[in-house]
Design a protein around this ligand. Structure first.
Ligand SMILES: Cc1cc2nc3c(=O)[nH]c(=O)nc-3n(C[C@H](O)[C@H](O)[C@H](O)COP(=O)(O)OP(=O)(O)OC[C@H]3O[C@@H](n4cnc5c(N)ncnc54)[C@H](O)[C@@H]3O)c2cc1C
Length: 603
């Protein structure tokens, strides 16, 4: 059945509404009524409904519909030939991929003559691969006989120079620290950013040395340096945060600093590890242009406490900086946790998830997810997956899935081996990888960890990384096992080709990983293999180990004032403090800490 238009007018206001709807949207009359009530000024009754829809259909639909969320609606002036129309489309991937195809589609199925279309703006895009025929959901704005305007999806922020009368220290320049610094500038507070690592472009050299020579600089690596752990990540920007306003704001700031506008449109936005460094550099330039300071290779070693209040920091170079402190040092700064613990600044034990990186040929994932032996074809992106199950009362799930990506050595200590994943903006590699991890609570750890108290999870994490390094013959050539062999408890004679650059070597991960992790992973893989035929295969390999999934500790803070529960002037922030998991949530948390700190200046 064809889609159809409905139009009408509120009172004699001259304000015309226009719906474009699909039969399954089961729409209209109720939605119209609801809208009339919402627009209080014109809450008049509907005068007339015109267009290609019978009143009977409207009445039938009206009884079925509870809300009009799915219906596109615009208000425009009464001239029916000039308008901007917002539509919800479900189209073939080929149609979604080209402007001319979209115009053809609108002409054929939506009765909008091709020659009247001046422009099409995509507002939202998502892929629906639940059925055999994969479709793309689009929300589009069509300019009919009207020139297309270049309005911002999220307006840019006008960062103004600061006078520097009030200043704050931001420790760490990951997403948490960067967004805190930018927000401080907006609020008129000068940020002094202290970062132990190097600037983002120089970090590339150190990351490449890890991959090619196995040499780890503990101050500059995949976790430490400008941009933090996020800098050489996939730059996946989805989050479970329900605060749409805050998420859009963060995405808007990325776009303002050079990320593609697509991240504001896509249901699963990502920037790509090749593009992120440029974006991060542009953010630093905004901080400097507005009068903030950025100090690289400056590691904070101590918090200065006066009368129960944190008033500044001391660095490894012996320098002191004064001001309230936003501590955004990430989940890998074990020396920071140790320093807090040694200084009697309360930290709390927290659970993490640990496991392996699982790597498939991307072709297999495309075939599974797009239900076709031909894979993704010409118009679809590298497919993603997301698996979760419960095994023996603990979650087993995929984490940080990188379609078309690479497995990387995310080490920050020279005697450990830990892997993670990233992917470039085109997601063009032959591999798909994800963390496959098991949820762990502090009480799950063997008794020998009890003596470490709140630091037990951190010690366990480090032990697992050191074990992986030792099993690899004290190298970064990671131990790996074919996936089905891992499940069947067999050794693998060789390992399929892998994207992991230092290389992989056969290893009995099923035997040397802690049994409470390996056994759950094995059962989890069996469940995933049943749910997705072809997923459990010896063409895939598990690579060990994945341990840096989140912070092994929480630094407790006041819920409202955001400072540490006992030390004013200290704002634990982002993933390292246990309040975020990922780039966007860390960025949002950075902004919140900055706001709380600025408020405290007013008191
Ligand atoms: C390879 C990889 C890929 C990832 N991919 C994604 C992804 O696609 N999407 C996603 O959402 N998340 C991803 N993540 C996770 C994401 O990067 C983190 O959640 C996020 O960066 C946390 O932000 P943060 O600011 O809290 O901490 P971090 O990014 O860890 O930043 C902390 C910063 O503090 C600095 N620092 C530490 N100690 C000190 C000190 N004593 N003095 C001064 N500076 C210090 C560090 O050098 C670092 O720059 C990935 C992580 C890795 C490692």
């Amino acid at each position: 059945m064809k889609s159809f238009d409905v139009a009408g007018e509120f009172g004699n206001s001259g304000r015309v509404f226009l719906f474009h709807a699909f039969p399954e949207d089961a729409v209209l009359a109720l939605a119209v009524k609801q809208y009339a009530v919402k627009v209080k000024k014109h809450a008049a009754t509907l005068i007339h409904i015109f267009a290609h829809v019978s009143l009977r259909l409207v009445m039938i639909c009206a009884t079925k519909v509870r809300q009009f969320a799915k219906i596109s609606l615009i208000l425009c002036h009464k001239n029916e030939n000039i308008m901007i129309q917002e539509l919800q489309l479900r189209v073939h991937p080929r149609t979604a991929s080209s402007h001319s195809e979209l115009v053809r589609h609108l002409d054929k199925y939506n009765d909008i003559p091709a020659d009247s279309i001046q422009g099409i703006r995509i507002l939202k895009r998502s892929i629906d691969a639940r059925q055999r025929n994969v479709v793309v959901n689009l929300k589009v704005r069509v300019y009919i006989n009207e020139p297309m305007t270049q309005d911002y999806l999220v307006p840019p922020i006008d960062y103004k120079p600061i006078d520097g009368r009030r200043q704050a220290i931001v420790v760490g320049m990951g997403p948490g620290g960067l967004f805190a610094a930018l927000r401080l500038i907006e609020l008129g507070v000068k940020p002094i950013v202290l970062e132990r690592g190097k600037e983002v472009m120089e970090r590339r050299v150190d990351a490449s040395r890890i991959q090619r020579e196995g040499i780890v600089d503990p101050e500059s690596n995949y976790c430490f340096g400008e941009g933090g752990a996020g800098a050489y990540s996939d730059g996946k920007l989805y989050t479970r945060s329900k605060k749409r306003g805050s998420v859009d704001r963060v995405l808007g700031i990325f776009v303002q600093h050079g990320a593609r506008e697509d991240i504001l449109i896509d249901a699963h936005p990502h920037i790509g590890s090749d593009k992120l460094p440029g974006v991060i550099k542009a953010m630093r330039e905004t901080i400097l242009r507005c009068g903030g300071e950025v100090h690289f290779q400056t590691r904070v070693t101590r918090l200065i406490v006066e009368n129960g209040k944190v008033t500044g920091v001391e660095t490894a170079g012996g320098e002191n900086f004064s001001g309230p402190v936003i501590l955004a040092t990430g989940h890998s700064a074990r020396d920071v946790y140790q320093m807090l613990y040694d200084s009697d600044i309360t930290v709390e034990a927290k659970g993490i998830a640990v496991g392996v990186r699982l790597e498939h040929p991307q072709r297999i994932i495309d075939q599974i997810q797009y239900h076709s032996v031909l894979g993704r074809g010409e118009y679809l992106p590298a497919a993603e997956y997301n698996f979760v199950t419960q095994v023996d009362h603990r979650g087993v799930y995929s984490f940080c899935m990188c379609p078309g990506g690479f497995v990387v050595p995310a080490v920050s200590e020279p005697d450990g081996l830990v892997v993670n994943g990233m992917s470039p903006s085109n997601r063009g590699s032959h591999w798909a990888n994800s963390g496959m991890v098991v949820e762990l609570h502090p009480e799950d750890l063997p008794d020998r960890y009890k003596k470490y108290g709140v630091l037990s999870m951190m010690c366990f994490q480090r032990d697992m990384e050191q074990r992986a390094y030792a099993e690899a013959g004290n190298s970064l050539i990671a131990g790996a096992q074919r996936m089905k062999d891992f499940v069947d408890g067999k050794s693998s004679r060789n390992i399929p080709p892998s994207s992991y650059l230092p290389g992989v070597q056969p290893s009995r991960l099923d035997q040397w990983m802690p049994p409470f992790v390996a056994n759950r992973l094995r059962k989890g893989f069996q469940v995933f293999g049943k749910n997705a035929r072809g997923f459990l295969t010896n063409d895939a390999a598990v690579i060990g180990v994945e341990t840096r999934t989140s912070s092994p500790l929480r630094i407790p803070r006041d819920l409202e004032l955001m400072h540490h529960v006992t030390f004013e002037g200290l704002y634990p922030c982002g993933e390292g403090a246990g309040y975020a998991g990922g780039i966007v949530s860390s960025a949002i948390d950075g902004e919140r800490c900055a706001e709380a700190l600025a408020r405290a200046f007013e008191c």
